[in-house]
Design a binder for this molecule. Structure first.
Ligand code: PMP
Ligand code: GLU
Length: 387
């Protein structure tokens, strides 16, 4: 009999990607669906970045590059980390990969042995746990939306090998402060564990400054970032990691046997993104901030409990008491709005709405949600759905 890898067969497809595809399919089939599942900027990639890619192609920059990425791009990443995060790295400590998702995968492959535990603060982004399992590790969830170090401490064991930190956070939008980051860094140090710090939403903060946990534990932290969110470049597939030279050497070797280098043309585009005019980043950030204010205000007016996210581009409201998150997401889909059930991120009490879509669509979506909730409220008068 033909059997599959038990480890791989247990991996569930990425729910965020699957639901996004499903919502698009329904729209194509003629249903009027407003898709708030997508975790990607709706903006087009800025022109200067596209031009850099066109130039690279015209000049024949179309061959393999070193697995870890072209030196100029790794130097540009070092400059960015120094300027934005006051972190000093050498190009040898940088590996450029096919998206931040790939950088996290390489980092886990490089540090995890079979049976090692990786602490994942919950709610969490969908790919962490599956990637830990693929690396042979065991995900250990610590329920702590605000990176409470006591909740993390409770989960530390002799097998703890790494802690994943994601700030700004997907799905909650939390941006962790210096105290939480310092405490978590201290815990990792005491446990002899690595930290994988996913900072892909760094540029999308709305008042609170982003800080990297590497400032407090650089010797054990692998910083992951990329160009997907800040420069509207999700399809270009460029991410990068910075970390201790020994780890990055292994990450580069792992990558050399899988994808080889990231796309040569996209690397040139990413270089322009990091070193070129940064004005578009602020234009997009401002637009996201306005949308966040609108969506959160409307959700609260409708009756949802919803904290104001400090970063990224997701709102994470609580679902009505009587419903699980999947049922509620199904209910909203029946009413024309696609969202992601919180259970996919470890919380069945929430759903995730992406506001990385036009204001017109957000206005229409909020009208549809309001109408749906009015209908729901009139059907369950005795219980009421509002908290
Ligand atoms: N981390 C988080 C928290 C994300 O939301 C995403 C978006 N998919 C990624 C990493 C991966 O980004 P990239 O497109 O660079 O692979
Ligand atoms: N980061 C996005 C999300 O969480 C993109 C989809 C994915 O890569 O999972 O929706």
């Amino acid at each position: 009999m033909l059997t599959m890898s038990a480890k791989a067969a247990n991996v569930r497809p990425s729910a965020t990607m699957a639901l996004n595809a499903r919502a698009r399919e329904l729209s194509r089939a003629g249903e009027e669906i407003i898709n708030l599942t997508a975790g990607e900027p709706d903006f087009d990639t800025p022109e200067n970045i596209k031009r850099a890619a066109a130039d690279a192609m015209a000049k024949g920059f179309t061959k393999y590059t070193p697995a870890e990425g072209i030196r100029e791009l790794r130097e540009a990443v070092c400059m960015k980390l120094l300027k934005d995060n006051s972190l000093e790295y050498a190009p040898e400590e940088i590996v450029v990969s096919c998206g931040a998702k790939h950088s996290i995968f390489n980092a886990l492959q490089s540090v995890i042995n079979d049976g090692d535990e990786v602490i994942i603060p919950s709610p969490y982004w969908v790919s962490y746990a599956e990637q830990v399992v693929l690396a042979g590790g065991i995900p250990v969830f610590a329920e702590t939306p605000c990176l409470d170090s006591e909740r993390i401490r409770e989960k530390i064991s002799a097998k703890t090998k790494a802690i994943i930190v994601n700030s700004p956070n997907n799905p909650t939008g939390a941006v962790y402060g210096v105290n939480e980051l310092k405490s978590t860094a201290g815990l990792a140090r005491d446990a002899g564990a690595f930290i994988i710090s996913d900072e892909i939403y760094e540029k999308l903060v709305y008042g609170k400054a982003h800080r990297s946990i590497a400032e407090f534990a650089k010797e054990r932290t692998i910083v992951v970032n990329g160009v997907s969110k800040a420069y509207a470049m999700t399809g270009w597939r460029i991410g990068y990691a910075a970390g201790p030279a020994g780890v990055m050497k292994i990450a580069s070797a792992v990558q050399s046997h899988t994808t080889g280098s990231a796309n040569s043309i996209a690397q040139k585009a990413a270089m322009e993104a990091l070193t070129g005019n940064q004005a578009t980043v602020e234009v997009m950030r401002k637009e996201f901030e306005g949308r966040r204010d609108f969506v959160v205000k409307r959700l609260q007016e409708i009756g949802f409990r919803c904290t104001k996210p400090e970063g990224a581009f997701y709102a994470f409201p609580e679902v009505p008491r009587a419903m699980a998150s999947t049922a509620f997401a199904g209910f909203l889909l029946d009413n024309g709005v696609a969202v992601v059930p919180g259970i996919e991120f470890g919380s069945d009490r929430h759903v995730r709405l992406s506001y990385a879509t036009s204001m017109d669509k957000l206005e229409k979506a909020m009208e549809l949600v309001e109408k749906a909730m009015e209908g729901y409220a009139s059907r369950c008068k005795s219980v009421g759905w509002q908290k």
